[in-house]
Design a binder for this molecule. Structure first.
Ligand SMILES: [Zn+2]
Length: 401
């Protein structure tokens, strides 16, 4: 965090300089104009979407009061972006989760390092931690398209699940027959899902997917999916930090051509540890925000499912084939399917009530049914696209390496 504390701090400035260089080279390599990338998230559209969302989740509150709230949120997050290449609103959302995690730490417990979050069009769905030699900060680099991707995927999946929403509560049918019936009668979410995957993998920017507003009845569910993804991604990095993975003694590798910049290396064991801590932190912060425990992990679950599908999409478009076992094993992060299983296992071990655990895993299975159905439609299409010469955007070239 500590985004506002470093104006006169050379250590902080050094990290900002590194981030700015990474962003400049990242956008250049990806062939993206940062101005266009940011312009593709017009503020007015964002505000309209947020207002719509606020209206849905705050029945009975005047539009004027909601507009004021929105303005306040905007002002609070305006200092969030570390550089001019970022969307302060998006980082504002992340930093509120980060603050919630830091505020919730036991008194006297100090983080081993200070985290700074920044976005770069990296073509990597997993975050990367970088440190400057001797710095007390760790720069957490997220893909610039990641949260736009999460938002669009959350909307598509929310629209595909049989959800019934009344004034007071949201209920979902997780019965396979009802999930199938909804999928058969609602073909639009599938098209939306394919659109965002292809916009991200082929177009290099999920915001190239056609923009649309979800129907208001779906907003509470899609926004809880999205919040769950954002919370987990932030919590995962805090998990690494709290577990000591970002300590000075961490194994590192020279990072690109930047003098003094090192990428912090992790292994599967550390990734599982970070996921475990992130699960506990996510349950805590989502509960504090009033989400049902059964809904708190579904975002993380969906995120892992989508990471898996993005990898597969890159592989099929690049090589015409799914990834080999060997390619899966060689990755820095464990296979998404394993990570999905681990979060529910941790939830159980952490003493979640049987009912909440059962509801969470039930919903997870219904969601898998949806993403499996999406994939069954998309996969043959990807093979045809590969045969026609369609390839992933340049930023994804390393993803299979
Ligand atoms: Zn990690």
């Amino acid at each position: 965090m500590a985004t506002d504390s470093g104006a006169g701090d050379p250590d902080y400035q050094r990290n900002l300089q590194l981030l700015r260089e990474l962003q400049l080279s990242g956008y250049a390599e990806a062939g993206l104009d940062p101005a266009l990338f940011l312009a593709s998230r017009p503020r007015a559209e964002f505000d309209a979407r947020m207002l719509d969302l606020l209206k849905t989740i705050s029945p009975g509150v005047s539009e004027q009061a909601l507009r004021e709230q929105l303005h306040k949120d905007g002002a609070e997050s305006s200092g969030a972006a570390l550089t001019e290449f970022e969307d302060p609103r998006m980082l504002g959302i992340l930093l509120r989760f980060a603050k919630q995690i830091e505020d919730g730490m036991a008194p006297g417990k100090k983080l081993p390092a200070q985290l700074l979050f920044g976005t770069v069009p990296s073509g990597r769905v997993n975050a990367m931690a970088v440190r400057m030699k001797g710095s007390r900060y760790r720069l957490i680099i997220l893909d610039a398209g990641l949260f736009g991707f999460a938002n669009l995927v959350a909307k598509a999946v929310a629209a595909a699940l049989p959800v019934t929403i009344s004034d007071k509560s949201t209920s979902y049918s997780t019965l396979p027959a009802e999930v199938d019936r909804r999928l058969a009668s609602h073909p639009e979410p599938l098209a939306r899902f394919a659109d965002v995957i292809l916009a991200y993998v082929v177009g290099g920017n999920p915001q190239r997917a056609q923009a649309y507003l979800p129907t208001p009845d779906l907003v509470p569910f899609s926004s809880s999916l999205r919040a769950g993804i954002e919370a987990f991604v932030v919590a995962h990095e805090y998990g690494h930090c709290l577990a000591g993975h970002f300590d000075d003694s961490a194994e590192t590798q020279q990072f690109g051509m930047m003098p003094g910049a090192e990428r912090i290396l992790t292994d599967w064991q550390k990734e599982f540890e970070a996921d475990g801590m992130a699960t506990l932190l996510t349950l805590k912060i989502m509960t504090e925000r009033g989400y049902d425990p059964a809904l708190s992990l579904i975002g993380a679950d969906l995120f892992f499912a989508c990471i898996g599908l993005v990898y597969e999409t890159v592989s099929i478009l690049q090589t015409g084939q799914s990834r080999t076992e060997e390619q899966v094993r060689a990755r820095s992060h464990p296979p998404p399917a394993l990570r999905r299983a681990v979060i529910y296992e941790i939830m159980k071990q952490a003493g979640a009530p049987d009912e909440a655990y059962a509801a969470a895993t039930d919903l997870s299975q219904a969601m898998s049914r949806v993403t499996d159905a999406f994939w069954a439609e998309l996969e043959p299409q990807l093979h045809r696209m590969h045969a026609e010469g369609v390839r992933p955007a340049p930023a994804w070239q390393d993803e299979l390496a």
